[in-house]
Design a protein around this ligand. Structure first.
Ligand code: GAR
Length: 210
């Protein structure tokens, strides 16, 4: 079974959805480690409660972004991590880090990329007066909210939505999409082709042998 790490910075509702999907065997991989750049992340508590190993390294304890990322990579290799899932990880990974895990890092972003990149996409879409928004799951490259798109789902924003209502809608969609995308990855069914196109392969047909 493949081993993966989830990277978090905050509340960890996506982490929670992933933990539940692993427990229900909807994701058939081992969630071996939860990493955070923020000691106060509530996500760390969720991981501890679920009995998952945690690691927290804070950027300001390091001289350079490079030395920080280098150390995280060392920990990932020690823990024999095969792939990484970012779930509200609010730090840009360096080119060095991404090269260590080519097309093996997934991210969830709360908008239809390339619209509304950044740390407050739901609020940005709301205040921009967007009529449609959604969720993007993508592979990570060294640019923010940028790599090849795995999955995208959009919806119309009801005209009377408050920001809180819209946040709840986006989060519910994230929690249902992300575990599915992670499971597709573990089944090796996500193929990054030329350019940015990601193909989702059909499940191989099971042949019945009599
Ligand atoms: C999620 O909405 C995720 O899409 C977003 O942070 C939130 C984390 O919530 N990520 C980004 O904006 C990345 N650019 P959570 O901690 O409750 O899972």
């Amino acid at each position: 079974m493949q081993r993966f790490a989830v990277f978090v910075s905050g509340n960890g509702t996506n982490l929670q959805a992933i933990i539940e999907a692993v427990n229900q065997k909807k994701i058939k991989a081992e969630l071996a480690l939860v990493f955070s750049n923020n000691r106060k992340a509530y996500a760390l508590k969720r991981a501890e409660e679920a009995g998952i190993k945690t690691l927290c390294l804070v950027r300001k304890d390091y001289a350079t972004p490079q030395s920080y990322d280098r150390d995280i990579v060392i920990y990932m290799k020690e823990a024999k991590i095969d792939f990484i899932v970012l779930a509200g990880y609010m730090k840009l990974l360096s080119a060095f880090f991404v090269k260590e895990f080519p097309n093996r890092i997934l991210n969830v972003h709360p908008s239809l990329l390339p619209a509304f990149r950044g740390k407050q996409a739901i609020k940005d879409a709301f205040t921009y007066g967007a009529k449609v928004t959604g969720v993007t799951i993508h592979f990570v490259d060294d640019k923010m909210d940028h790599g090849p798109i795995i999955m995208q789902e959009g919806f119309k924003i009801p005209p009377d939505d408050t920001l809180e209502m819209l946040e709840a809608r986006v989060h519910t969609l994230e929690h249902s999409m992300y575990p599915k995308a992670i499971q597709l990855y573990t089944e090796d069914r996500l193929k990054v082709g030329k350019g940015r196109k990601v193909r989702i392969l059909e499940r191989p047909k099971v042949e019945h042998i009599h």
